[in-house]
Design a protein around this ligand. Structure first.
Ligand code: SF4
Ligand code: SF4
Length: 162
């Protein structure tokens, strides 16, 4: 496991966004996207892909693309300035002094219900973990962390080698 990867995950592993999305499970913030790209690049180089790829394959562009993905900044997480700029959900929950929307006293009056539902369902569809009820945060983080280490693609962070 690379030191950078540990650092990335450590930074976001305790952050649950105001909408309930667990930043620790996001491949952009926890380092998975970068690690997958690095390992893929290493593998294709080790196999000499450039030598035997199809003739119309543009290896230079391919390499450029992988480098560009590797250079995408690691998101610091919703509670540390990451996430959507000017997020209305974050602003609203903060104005009500809530840890997240599951504590909202009047969810039926939520002006952001549509975007909140869209964020949560989109995140779940992409494999992220989302808190939508009043579960204990510490228990949830323990359970999610264990699941993250076993499941694709984030398990790559916790595998030796490479
Ligand atoms: S920025 Fe907004 S949408 Fe993104 S994780 Fe935070 S609360 Fe959720
Ligand atoms: S009103 Fe909506 S966005 Fe605001 S805290 Fe309640 S559920 Fe979250």
């Amino acid at each position: 496991m690379g030191a950078g990867i540990l650092e990335a995950f450590e930074r976001v592993k305790d952050q649950i966004g105001f909408c309930g999305i667990w930043c620790g499970s996001c491949v952009v913030g926890n380092g998975t996207l970068r690690e997958l790209t690095r390992r893929y690049e290493e593998t294709t180089k080790a196999y000499g892909l450039q030598e035997w790829a199809p003739k119309d394959f543009d290896y230079a562009e391919f390499s450029k693309g992988l480098s560009a993905i590797s250079d995408i900044p690691l998101c610091p997480g919703c509670l540390s300035g990451g996430g959507r700029d000017d997020c209305e959900i974050r602003a609203c929950a903060l104005s009500k002094n809530l840890d997240d929307c599951s504590q909202c006293p009047e969810p039926e009056k939520c002006e952001h219900a549509e975007i909140l539902a869209k964020m949560r369902s989109g995140a779940r569809a992409a494999g992220l973990f989302v808190k939508a009820g009043d579960e204990d945060r510490e228990e949830l983080l323990d359970r999610w962390s264990a699941a993250l280490k076993r499941g694709w693609p984030c398990c790559v962070l916790f595998m030796n080698g490479g």
